[in-house]
Design a protein. Structure first.
Length: 184
């Protein structure tokens, strides 16, 4: 009797201004073992970095997939992340709402972003079944933020000129710091 050990894979996060964050994504044709493995790795990676959500493009994969933390999606402490495969925003409503956002691809950056308060998303789960989720406030924001990744749109595209420059400077410093740590 052999029991397969649960392997954990924390993948490298692609950070701004890496051009891979702007690449075209594509729909998943079939949820196979490769996709299930990617979803497990995304889960490990999201939790290792304390993310509330993660998109496949943030680990350099172009499949249209994102995850949202189970608690953010309305579950309790132990809830599994909600997996969105080939997601589509089918409705946005409630007027513009200003709220703070961070992003795993912009470590240490938190900025106020204006978005519609509510969003409804239709997607496929890992069992290959279609489902819909509607969220407002934090969940609504997370759904729109993660969906933006699949169209190449990033946090920095959502703010004014002064904040754009601030983010660019902050990311430049962050990369310099990383290089120093790597060569140390
Ligand atoms: Zn993000």
């Amino acid at each position: 009797f052999a029991h397969e050990a649960a392997s954990m894979a924390v993948l490298d996060i692609v950070t701004y201004p890496d051009p891979r964050l702007r690449e075209n994504t594509f729909d998943v044709e079939e949820v196979d073992d490769g996709i299930r493995e990617l979803v497990r790795d995304l889960t490990d990676t999201m939790y290792a970095h304390n993310g509330a959500g993660i998109a496949a493009i943030q680990v350099g994969r172009m499949e249209r997939i994102f995850l949202i933390d189970g608690k953010v999606a309305g579950g309790d402490e132990d809830s599994e992340p909600v997996v969105f495969i080939n997601p589509k925003i089918i409705a946005q409503s409630g007027g513009d709402d200003l709220g703070e956002e961070g992003c795993l691809s912009f470590p240490g950056v938190f900025v106020d972003v204006k978005r519609p308060r509510q969003a409804r998303v239709r997607a496929m789960n890992v069992a290959g079944e279609m489902f819909e989720i509607e969220g407002d406030e934090l969940l609504g924001r997370a759904l729109q933020h993660e969906h933006d990744h699949l169209t190449g749109r990033l946090l920095i595209d959502m703010v004014g000129l002064v904040k754009k420059e601030m983010i660019k400077r902050k990311m430049k410093r962050w990369h310099t710091q990383q290089e120093r740590e790597e060569s140390a």
